[in-house]
Design a protein around this ligand. Sequence first.
Ligand code: ADP
Length: 456
Amino acid sequence: MFNKVLIANRGEIALRVIRACRELGLQTVAVYSEADRDSLHVRFADDDVCIGPPPSRDSYLNIPRLIAAAEITGADAIHPGYGFLAENAEFAETCAASNVVFIGPTAAQIRVMGDKAAARNAMAAAGVPIIPGSPGPVDDADEALTLAREIGFPVIIKAAAGGGGKGMRVARDPEDFGRSFQLARSEALSAFGNGEVYVEKYLARPRHVEFQILGDTHGTVIHLGERDCSVQRRHQKLIEEAPSPAVDRELRARMGEAAVRGASSIGYTGAGTIEMLLDTDGSFYFMEMNTRIQVEHPVTEMLTGVDLVKEQIRVAAGERLSVRGLPAPRGHVIECRVNAEDPARNFQPCPGKIAVFHPPGGPGVRLDTHVYAGYTVPPYYDSLLAKLICEGRTREEALRRMQIALESFIIEGIPTTIPFLARVMANPRFMAGEVDTKFLEREPELMKEPVPAAVA
Ligand code: ADP
């Protein structure tokens, strides 16, 4: 086992990893930018190193500085969290070359799955269903249009290097196609430095259903069930739950088997997620694999009782997985992402100082957060403030707990998405479990603060 783990991240995930390390008896090193001096991850780690000015490229994305921080503090492993360098194959390689273990899959596994077009081909070869689409990247607009006609409209044009909902454009008809194709390409080039795109069928009302994968270096690959992440805004997840209201035992077995087959085909090691789209007719398709811990991992942790971050660390140290497969189901879990954003203003980020902070609590409530009263949310990073996760013996109980937890969650000083999330939890269609990835587009009133009734 390792002695000391450096966490190459910030915010709630840095705290989450520190907790796992402490439970395993490992020392921790926090790294921070000048904007994060007052962050809790700096306070709770055994050691800390300032790695540069606020912009991510000068700090959390700066590989030489991270490696130097590991060398100075004597860290023998690095946990990348999610975002930043978590899916950067070059970082994984540089760690290995510097005799520091990268807590995650191999650079080769990151590379295959990081290129969505290559990943599609790898999964198709393993017999996992993929969404009908172009066999590889296409760079000629006319050729792409011919392919789109064969696939059938509407189609989605996606950046091969894509992530975070960027570099994706839907084309409804051939007239629409040329413009969408150019937009997707230029967006891909500016966001990822790689303009490669491919085309696939655009499903009208799919659900986003993803499977949690764990693999070790002894050849075991398992899944820990699904998470339904269909409540999205602009292809970004806002609410996640498990089990999926649309997945029964039989479908879970089939989807889970496909996910494990896909991950096994590349000998996957560590924690990862196979993301799939589930169509209204029950067909499911591989969409992409994330080769890291996900934001929404606590949903699976609460449902299964498995500590995914501890499993990641154990696997990286060469140990066997401590679980054999999906434990017997026990209830239902829902997660809400609380962001410093203003839903009424197009979810514009609202950094600033938190004046009052009162967290929810009680049975079945978990809160993963790095913020506190007096903390200033810096403008440089993502706007996630907290993840609120509630479990219940039934979906109804989990939902009710979430409603109460959101009501008693007080954050003052900056706008947050708490009132918006509370409205979703009270929405009849959400309550009935009838959501797909277009749910929020059909319910625009959820974005708005209800007008208070006139005083008589
Ligand atoms: P990213 O890597 O940027 O997160 P994904 O490929 O994971 O992109 O897709 C994100 C979301 O975009 C999905 O959850 C889904 O809502 C939507 N999406 C992607 N591909 C399709 C498709 N072929 N048909 C319909 N929706 C899609």
